[in-house]
Design a protein around this ligand. Structure first.
Ligand code: GAP
Length: 442
């Protein structure tokens, strides 16, 4: 198995329009990234794949889309104003800032080389704040949410009263989150603006351990279903000194990224911490009345929390392969699961003339109704295939002279490079079947 380096990934992402540095023409903004034509398709498809897995095919999970800016009391109640901090030190000489837990305080500053220049560590809150409205006073301070989860907790009663859900049930949300991270290395792995895929599952106290185990298993199975290599996925349990302020127990699903094993998703047992605190701070009743037993309680919560933008990096790392071919040739191929590949089908007339381009265009128009399609009529066919391999397009259709005679085309499969002669009337059926039954071979 070839291991991709971060340099190879960053270079492919730029070259093929997956990810660009933010504000590049002005020299870039550290830790911020833009998603190009391929990147936005990949990100949206991963988001939709997660959404389908976590809502559409789950009878007991509903969706939500809460605002990024929320009442400032939310973050007092959640504990983020008090606890969501990193210990930071500054270099007195060059003013560079570091996380105290990631640097040797006795050593020289890694930026300017000055010894003994670090300040004492002090806690630095990771939330970005701004002012709502035209008056800049402390009463108008709002925070950009550092996690989407709180939007779910504060809407717990609304969803309960309007959706006919009964415990156990979940609420899922996808959206942007913001953290003023000092260490924003490793490309899109850790950024100040990112997206989360979160689900809060509300359960009866005492049943939380069973559901915690259930969601741990369900979430690692999900990555395998997405075609991610099993040997690059593992669990890591949080020790009691690592637990977030809201968690009773937590496991990370880690992935072997180009820079090593790192967190991809967290599964957290949050008890009644959040609902209990919101009940206290808002003065509103957030209890649940069991319709059968008439018991009333504040539900416990099991959370699954993944980074969408971090999943994009994981999917890119996992898909990347440089393959040696027979005859000394080589190719770069992105082995995306066809359900999340930015382009599903490439369409190529063998030559432009003799009506082949028109025929290919007719097929293209038909398939566009259903798939993301890329039409390419220029250059040698082998080169056109390679370009599609590099952006991970799982299917290629070539229209040639035989197509005019018998309505068949060549269907090429990205992974095996196998070419099969098929009827143009069966294309959707074959492609859909391949997407449904996709298994990664290497
Ligand atoms: N609601 C719980 C929560 O936010 P977390 O472990 O702080 O938990 C969950 O974050 C996930 O969000 C992480 O596993 C990671 O995938 C993603 N994430 C967190 N901070 C991030 C950052 N600065 N950049 C990109 N992704 C981040």
């Amino acid at each position: 198995m070839s291991e991709v380096t971060m340099e190879q990934l960053v270079s492919l992402c730029k070259r093929r329009g997956f990810v660009y540095q933010s504000s590049e023409i002005y020299g870039g903004l550290s830790g911020a990234w833009d998603y190009g034509p391929m990147g936005v398709e990949l990100k949206n498809r991963i988001r939709d794949y997660w959404w389908k897995e976590m809502t559409q095919i789950q009878e007991h999970i509903v969706g939500l889309d809460a605002a990024i800016m929320m009442h400032p009391k939310v973050w007092e109640a959640s504990g983020h104003v008090e606890n969501f901090t990193d210990p930071l030190v500054d270099c007195r000489q060059c003013k560079s800032r570091f996380r105290a837990d990631q640097i040797d305080l006795e050593a020289a500053c890694p930026v300017c080389g000055t010894k003994g220049s670090f300040t004492e560590p002090r806690d630095f809150n990771l939330m970005f704040s701004t002012h709502l409205g035209s008056v800049k006073d402390s009463g108008s301070v709002v925070y950009l949410r550092p996690e989407t989860a709180q939007g779910i907790f504060v809407n717990f009663k609304n969803v309960l009263q309007t959706s006919r859900v009964k415990i156990p049930f979940g609420i899922a949300q996808v959206g942007k989150a913001f953290r003023n991270e000092v260490t924003t290395k490793s490309f899109i792995f850790r950024t100040c603006e990112f997206e989360q895929l979160e689900m809060q599952f509300f359960v009866k106290p005492g049943e939380d351990e069973r559901w915690f185990e259930y969601w741990k298993q369900a979430r690692i199975d999900y990555y395998r279903k997405l075609g991610i290599r099993s040997d690059r996925l593992k669990f890591k349990e949080h020790g009691s000194d690592e637990l977030a302020h809201y968690a009773k127990a937590a496991f990370d699903i880690e992935y072997h990224f180009p820079m090593g094993w790192q967190e991809l998703e967290g599964i957290h047992s949050r008890t009644d911490f959040d609902l209990g605190r919101h009940q206290e701070y808002s003065g509103k009743d957030l209890t649940y009345l069991d319709p059968e037993t008439r018991e009333r309680y504040v539900p416990y919560v099991v959370e699954t929390s993944a980074g969408l933008t971090r999943t994009v990096l994981m999917v890119l790392s996992d898909a990347y392969e440089e393959e040696q071919l027979e005859g000394g040739d080589s190719r770069t191929v992105m082995r995306f699961h066809p359900a999340v590949a930015p382009i599903t089908v490439g369409i190529f007339p063998l030559v432009k003339k003799d009506g082949l381009a028109d025929l290919a265009k007719t097929i293209e128009r038909r398939l566009r109704e259903k798939y993301q399609v890329f039409y390419d009529q220029s250059g040698a066919i082998g080169r056109r295939y390679r370009r599609m391999d590099e952006v991970g397009t799982p299917f290629g259709i070539t229209v040639d002279y035989q197509t005019k005679e018998d309505d068949t085309v060549t269907l090429r499969f990205r992974d095996s490079m196998e070419q099969r002669r098929v009827s143009i009337h069966q294309l959707e059926e074959i492609i859909d079947g391949e997407i449904r039954s996709y298994r990664r071979e290497s």
